[in-house]
Design a protein around this ligand. Sequence first.
Ligand SMILES: *Cc1c(COP(=O)(O)O)cnc(C)c1O
Length: 347
Amino acid sequence: MAEIDYSKRSFNYYPTNAIVYATCVDGRWSKPVVTNDFNFSVHCFGGVFHYAPSCFEGLKAYRGADGRVRLFRPDENAKRMASSAQYLDMPYPNMEMFLDLCIMCVQENWDCIPSFESGASLYLRPVLFGINPQLGIKSANDVMFCVMASGVGTYSGAKSLVPGSAVISRNYDRAATYGSGGYKLGANYAQSLHAYNLAHKMGYRELLFLDSATHSHIEEFGSSNFFGIKHGCYVTPNSPSVLPSITNKSLRKLAEEMGLKVERRTIFIDELETFEEVNSCGTAVVITPISRIDDKVTLESGTITREYKYADVCGPISEKLYHRMVNIQKGVEEDPYGWCMFVNDPK
Ligand SMILES: *Cc1c(COP(=O)(O)O)cnc(C)c1O
C-alpha cells in the first residue's frame, strides 16, 4: 500500500476497513458486529430521522513514539455519552461496552492508524441514535451504538497551531440557557450549521457564541471551547450550556501543573480586550490560536465592528500547553495522570 500523505488530509472522512456496532432492542444489547458494509439499514420511521434522538463522541487513537497505540481519556467520552443519552432519555452503552467497541474499532482499522512521524491520528466517532419506528413524540426505546473511524490530518491542513479569525455570533445562538448545550447532541450542530456557513462566507474560521439569555458573555465556539490567558491565569467560561470539553478539562490540569491559576467563570465580552492569548480547544486540533475576534454590533446608527486583536502566531503559554498535551497523547512524555489507554496490536 502506498504511503498516505497525512499532511494533505484535513479533518474529514477517509475510508477505513470496518465499523463496529451493537443495537439495543427491548432493553437488551446485541453482541457487537464488525462489518465492512458502511450502510446501515434503519427503519424509515426510526426516531433519528424525525426528532433527532442522536448523540455522538469524538476521540483519537495515537500511535506513540514507542509504536504503541493509545486512546486519550476514552472513559471521559463514555461518561459524556451516557450523560447525553440520559438527557435524551434513551438507552446507552455502559463504560465497559463503550470502551470495548472503541478498542475493537481501532483493532479492525489497525493499518489505518497513521504513523507517529506523520503527526496524524485515527479519529474515532462513536454515535448513538434511536432506531425504533415511531411517529408519536417519544424518546427512543431502541438504539444503535456504532463506532466508526477516519484517518484524519488536522482541521487546518499540514500545520498545527495555525491562527484563525473568529466572529461573534450576534444573530444566532447555539444553545438555550436551560437547553441542550451541555450535551453532545447532533441537534446542537443542526442548530449552528447555518450560522457557521454565514461566518465562513464572511471569511472567518470560527464562530464564537454568546450566552443566549443576555448576549453579554462568552460561551464557546461552534465545536470547541474557549480559553484565554492573561496575567498567568487560564480563564475559561463556566456555563451549563457550554459543552464540557475533555481537551479543556485536560488543559486546565496541565495549566495548573505549569503554575498557572485556573479560573472558570463568566467572561464578559469586554474582557476579550484584556487577554494576552485566546484559543479554541477540542479533540480535533487540541488548540487553535485565535488571532482576532470581530464583534459586529448593531446600533441605531448602523452596524459597527469592534475588533479584538491578538498575535498572528500562537502565544507562548498556549504553545507550551499544546506541546505538553500532545506529548502525553503520543507517549513522548510520561503520562502522570494515567490519561492514555493502550490498545493491543490485534495480530
Ligand atoms: C465536542 C465539542 C467540544 C470539544 O470537546 P472535546 O471533548 O475537547 O473534544 C467543544 N464544543 C462542542 C460544542 C463540542 O461538540
